[in-house]
Each structure stands twice: as C-alpha cells, then as structure tokens.
Design a protein around this ligand. Structure first.
Ligand SMILES: [Zn+2]
Ligand SMILES: [Zn+2]
Length: 336
C-alpha cells in the first residue's frame, strides 16, 4: 500500500537560491494520467537546470512546480500494460513529451519539437517521494549501479553525451572541456573510452584533481590555453566569457559545443581570432530519446565512475545552494 501523502518541495516564487525560493510541504500523491506510471523516488539528482528553474533564469512554465529531472524510481502503479511493470526500476529524465508528428519529430530531432515538455519544469519532478512519468518517456536503467549513481546519468550524462556528439570529435582527436562538474566528469569518461585526448579547463582545484584521476591528458585554469590545438571543445560552465578563449584554442575546422540551457552573455568576438578558419560554435538543446538510450547502453558496457554527494530530501535547498556556490565537485543527489 502506498501512503496517502508525501513530502515534496515546490517553487514558492523564483528568486535567488539563498532567499528560499523553494518550500517543503506535505501533499497528496500525484495521480498518473492515461499512459503514465506512478513511481516511488529512490534518488533524484540536483542539476544546474533546477537552479535555473528555481532562480527564474528560465521562464515559469508551471507555477509552484516540483523541480527535479534526474529521477531514479520504482514503479508502484501502472494504468496499462507496457514496457514496465510494478517493481521495475526506471529513469525519469528531463524530456517528458514530444508531439511525434512535427517536422523535427519525424526527422529524428525530437529535442527541437516545439510542443516538447519537460520534467520538473512543465510537470512536477523528483524533489518528492512520488512522481509520475509517461511510459513512452521512462527509461530502462543499466545494471551494476547504485540508485544514487544512476541519477546523474539521467541528465548530466545524457546531455553531456549529446554535447559530445555535437562537438564532432574526430577519431583520436583532442577535446577541450571547459568547466568540470556533474555533466563534464561523465562526458570526459565517454570521450576517453573512445580514444580522445582530453584537456580540462576549470577554476576548481578539486575538480582538476578529479579530472586527473579519470585519466585526462592535462588540466588548466578556466580560461588558460590547453597544451595543444583542440579539434573540439565543449563548454559546460554557463559562462559566456569562456566562449572566446575556447574558440581561440580550436584548430582550423574545429567545433565548440555549448552544453548549457542557459549562458551568460558572450563578449564580442573577433572574426579572425575566434572564427576564421572554419571554426564553428554549436548549441545543444535537450536530447532525444535515442541519445538517452545510446548513452545508457554505453553506461551498461563501460562502468562509469560517478562522483556523488548525497543529501537527504529535507536538504534540497541546501544542495541547490551548494551547487550555486560551487561547494562540491561531481553531482549532488537527493535521497528520500
Ligand atoms: Zn514534435
Ligand atoms: Zn538537467
């Protein structure tokens, strides 16, 4: 029997994280709609996008939403037969709905669907004890990982995987990674497993240690030049000022992918210094379900090292504040 009520965090009003934008409360369990599962949350990752939702960097889509879109959960009720049954462990990611009929959905870029909806932004997410998910957007999870290790894979891992695809790293090429948090430390492992030389530029000394421990070729300060010309770069830090040094570090024909959903202003670029020589900058918008499945299959074959910082659900506000202030490396995860 499931309980009647649960604990959940809701956005009170979007504002700076240290001005209490989210509040905890007890409320009724969510009701799964047609084609949805009801699931008990086992772990929920704390993503920088959650910070953008609660601080108002992203527009409000659902007032008083429950944040959280890296949800590992156990199915407790299902309205209809489908891929999952009661007792299964499922992943509930950011992408929650696409229309299936628009030009983007039909050509395999459902991440660009104008009717897309997102967990923890358009609908209630995993900063709670129970959550719903459409069966078609729930993900099967790889074996061999703890719940709290799986949570960061579900956004940080998947979006980083798409960013790596967008960065067009050539066989045996050099990849620069700017910023080294939850997403970057997973993406670096995928790139290394595929034979890339990885150079990490980041401000945190502990993050540079973590990167070296994973086997990257070099570590530098946030805006310092890497020791060789880069074929590709990924900007994970939401810092527009890093775009010019990242472009300058690219060799001719190189590609910079910007992984974040939100970026501070990019300073003026100098065409010769930053772009000429067919260097290009590409954004990364959400992900497709194909990206998600490919990445989770990769994680099933290669045991990724996932650095997590657990917090009890009661301390979700503290976890977000610590993320905002860069007080840990790796990925924060809420445990009910
Ligand atoms: Zn569509
Ligand atoms: Zn995320």
């Amino acid at each position: 029997m499931n309980p009647v009520t649960m604990r959940a965090w809701r956005v009170d009003a979007p504002r700076g994280i240290d001005r209490k934008p989210i509040i905890a409360r007890r409320e009724a369990l969510p009701r799964p709609g047609p084609g949805e599962l009801l699931a008990r949350v086992l772990a929920c990752g704390v993503c920088r996008t959650d910070l953008h939702v609660v601080e108002g960097d992203l527009p409000v889509h659902r007032p008083h939403v429950v944040p959280g879109h890296e949800v590992v959960a156990e199915v407790v009720a299902t309205a209809e037969r489908g891929e999952f049954t009661v007792g299964d462990r499922v992943g509930i990611p950011w992408l929650r709905h696409t229309c299936g009929v628009c030009e983007f959905c039909r050509k395999g870029t459902e991440n660009l669907c104008p009717a897309s909806r997102y967990t923890g932004w358009d609908t209630d997410g995993g900063y709670a004890e129970y959550v719903t998910v459409p069966i078609d957007f729930a993900l099967a999870l790889p074996a061999g990982y703890e719940d709290r290790e799986l949570a960061p894979l579900l956004c940080a891992g998947i979006i980083g995987y798409r960013a790596l695809t967008r960065a067009l790293v050539p066989e045996g090429g050099a990849l620069g990674i700017y910023g080294f948090g939850g997403s970057a430390h997973l993406t670096a492992q995928v790139a290394l497993a595929r034979g890339a030389r990885v150079h990490v530029m980041t401000r945190g000394a502990a993050a540079r240690e973590l990167a070296l421990g994973l086997g990257v070729a070099s570590v530098q300060r946030a805006a310092d030049p890497p020791p060789e010309r880069l074929d590709s770069a990924i900007l994970f830090a939401p810092v527009g000022e890093l775009v010019p040094p990242a472009l300058e570090a690219l060799g001719a024909g190189g590609t910079l992918a910007v992984a974040g959903i939100h970026l501070t202003d990019i300073p003026p670029l100098d065409y010769q210094r930053h772009l000429f020589g067919e260097r290009q900058i590409r954004s990364v918008t959400s992900n497709t379900r194909t990206d998600a499945r490919e990445f989770l299959e990769f994680a099933a074959r290669h045991r990724l090292r996932v650095t997590t910082h657990p917090y009890p659900l009661e301390r979700a506000d503290q976890a977000l504040s610590d993320l905002a202030h860069g007080r840990f490396d790796g990925a924060a995860v809420l445990l009910p």
